[in-house]
Design a protein around this ligand. Structure first.
Ligand code: HAM
Length: 417
């Protein structure tokens, strides 16, 4: 047997109703906030991610599925969606028509991380981006959209954490402070962090090696280094969240794992999965679009991981238990043909019907009806057939009614006259 690629997973038929519920709920929420769907490809030129996400990030340094195609070009499976969406916006000049764009996409991302609970090499994101507005209201509204998805889905145990990562004007001062702080502990940092110390000390705050994160806990916080415009912006975002009554907590050492962020950064944490496995995350990026060849317009966005979101919801929630309308059970050989035709007639009338044609006992068929969640069972036997009738059994009340075959569609559709 050829097995799955490590870190990849199947979404099995028993799981797809829950999955569809998550996707549809997210979609409905985002469209309510004015987002429109965009579907970029899952593969882009490697350079896009190097330039977009940043060279000194785990994603670009260690986790991309990069290969040379037969034409000798370096391509990568997308590790995230933002860079691809912004490439499409720039390439198709989408901001020329609309000065404010709200776009979302839902699909698989690929990162060659070490697989563990809630961490996969292929995972799905609901990703949303707002381009063309730098008002703090937009930050708050974007966070509100992420929050709305979570609450509509009914995910529990989630905490919204926010921070500001400053801007190119005030961040260098903070980086210097971090260097001064970590200089004392250089020998204790992991090899990666010693490199990050020179290249981008902010990344040390994100390191998962226990000693590094222990040291990071006492590092200076960026909020003390923000310049006046960044501080004002951040305070306005918090005020907005208060107005919308969205619960949050400040997490002054959260820096996010991608380099493009400026000012607002946020993560949605699951109390059980912990900070290193956030359910969602996002933030503002003020120069990413320009860097990718588009106009000098700022943006903000977020992505929610569907696998992690799914883990916070019971599997047997009635909102996504599968059910069909009718199961047609056949008793006796001569009724089989009529049953076969009736199934087709009912489906053509828009009724979801299930049936098994190989001969099994009525008891066996009732078991199947139960398993597929049929609301009603239509029983057709030779005897009923001679009267041109069927027996309809309500699976909940167990009530049975005889109905004429030629009136069955209207009977099922509620017209019992
Ligand atoms: P991110 O924090 O790298 O942000 O990923 C967002 C979410 O994707 C995570 O919170 C998590 O739920 C899910 N995720 C990431 N890696 C894995 C994995 N290996 N297995 C399972 N789930 C995972 C971004 O991707 C940014 N592009 C978000 C953004 C959009 N920022 C601005 N716009």
């Amino acid at each position: 047997m050829i097995r799955l690629v490590k870190g990849f997973h199947d979404i099995l038929p028993d799981e797809t109703t829950k999955w569809a519920f998550l996707v549809e709920t997210a979609r409905t929420c985002l469209e309510r906030f004015g987002f429109r769907e965009i579907i970029p490809p899952i593969m882009e030129r490697t350079e896009l991610f190097e330039r977009g996400i940043g060279q000194v990030t785990d994603i670009v340094e260690k986790e991309m599925y990069t290969f040379e195609d037969r034409g000798g070009e370096s391509l990568s499976l997308r590790p995230e969606a933002t860079a691809g969406i912004l490439r499409a916006v720039a390439e198709h000049s989408l901001l020329r028509r609309d000065s404010l764009l709200k776009l979302y996409t839902i699909g698989p991302m690929f990162r060659r991380e070490r697989p563990s609970k809630g961490r996969f090499r292929q995972f799905f994101q609901v990703n949303a981006e707002v381009l063309g507005d730098d008002s703090p209201y937009t930050d708050t509204e974007t966070i509100a959209a992420a929050y709305a998805i979570m609450t509509s889905i009914g995910a529990s145990g989630l905490i919204m954490e926010i921070n500001s990562v400053g801007c190119p004007a005030c961040r260098p001062g903070y980086k210097q402070q971090l260097r001064e702080y970590f200089a004392k502990y250089l020998d204790e940092l992991c090899g990666d962090c010693r490199r990050r110390y020179d290249l981008n000390p902010l990344r040390i705050l994100d390191c998962k090696v226990p000693r590094c994160s222990e040291l990071a806990n006492d590092a200076p916080i960026i909020l003390d280094s923000l310049d006046a415009p960044c501080l004002e912006h951040f305070q306005a975002v918090q005020k907005g969240l208060d107005i919308l009554e969205i619960p949050y907590r400040l997490e002054p050492r959260m820096v996010r794992g991608l380099d493009y962020y400026t000012r607002t950064a946020f993560e949605i944490i699951h109390s059980e999965l912990g900070r290193s496995k956030a359910v969602g995350g996002g933030g503002r990026y003020d120069s990413l679009l320009k860097e990718l060849g588009g106009p000098d317009v700022s943006g903000i966005g977020f992505a929610i991981g569907l696998e992690r979101l799914s883990m916070g919801i019971a599997d047997d929630d009635e909102r996504f238990t599968r059910s069909i309308d009718i199961y047609v059970a056949v008793v006796g050989e001569s009724a089989r043909e009529t049953a076969f035709s009736l199934v087709n007639t009912l489906r053509a009338a828009g009724i979801a019907v299930e049936a098994r044609y190989s001969s099994t006992s009525l008891k066996g068929q009732m078991k199947v009806a139960d398993r597929v969640g049929a609301r009603k069972v239509i029983m057709i036997g030779d005897e009923e057939l001679s009267r041109q009738e069927v027996t309809v059994r309500d699976m909940q009340t167990r009530e049975q009614t005889s109905v004429r075959i030629d009136t069955i569609v209207s009977y099922l559709q509620g017209d019992k006259s």
